[in-house]
Design a protein around this ligand. Sequence first.
Ligand SMILES: [Ca+2]
Ligand SMILES: [Ca+2]
Ligand SMILES: [Ca+2]
Ligand SMILES: [Ca+2]
Length: 242
Amino acid sequence: MRTLVFTVLLLASGSSVCQGAIIDWDNLSWNPDGSLSESFVIAGTNTRATFTFTGNTNRFTDDPNGNQTPTINNIQTGGLTPVQDVLNLRLDFQTATEEVVMTVTFTNATTGAAQLVDGVIFRVFDIDTDRSSPTYGWQDEIRVQGLRGTGTPTIVNPTLTDSADNFQNLNATLGNAVIGSNGNTSDTSAAANGTFNFGTNQIDRFTLTYGNWTQVQANPVEQRISIHDIAFFPSPNLRPGP
Ligand SMILES: [Ca+2]
Ligand SMILES: [Ca+2]
Ligand SMILES: [Ca+2]
Ligand SMILES: [Ca+2]
C-alpha cells in the first residue's frame, strides 16, 4: 500500500496544472555534516524547503563513517533496492524526555513568502526499539505534525502506515506518532518503516519530533532513524491565510 500511494502521487504529477516534486537526498548535499539548518530550492519548482533542527541537538552523534549527523548517507535502506540516500539522524539522549525537532518549511524561492503545498508524503526508516534490558535501551518515537498559516496556525496531522516492528499512536502531542515495539530492526530491513502522509491537506510546514516512548530507560543509549525522500505538490497559487 505504501508503494501504491507513492506511485499514484508520482503519476498524478503529470498534470500540467500541478507538477509533483521530490526532495531527493540522492541529489542534495548536507554541508557541513551535522549542520542544524539547510535550505534547498527543489528541482523543477520555485519552492524552497528549509530544514531546521531544535531541541536537544547537542545529543547528535557520528555515523559509522565518522560523519556528524544530521548527514546524508545510505546506511539505513528501509529495504529499498537499489539503495538510496537518506537523511540519517543519530542521537545519544541523556534523559528519557530529551528530543530533537526537525521543522521543514516551504517558501516561495523568489519572494520568501510561506507557500502552501499538498500531497506531502515520506517514509522514515528504522523506527525500532531495544528490548535487551529490563527497560528498553531506546524506543524510537517519531511524531509528525503539519501546520498551516500564521498567528494560531491550523494543525494538520498526517495519516500513518506502520510496519511489523512498530505501531501507531494517534493521540500524541505534537502530531501522530509511529513508535518502535519489536526489537532492533536491521539497517537494511523494511520492517521498521513508517509512512507519514498528509494527502490532500495543505500545509506550509511540518515538524518531525524524534524522542523516546514510555518504556525507555532513564538514560537511553544511542539510537537512529533515517528520513527518505519527501514528495509534495507545490501549489503556488494558494497562499496561507492571515
Ligand atoms: Ca532518492
Ligand atoms: Ca545516553
Ligand atoms: Ca532506530
Ligand atoms: Ca535498528
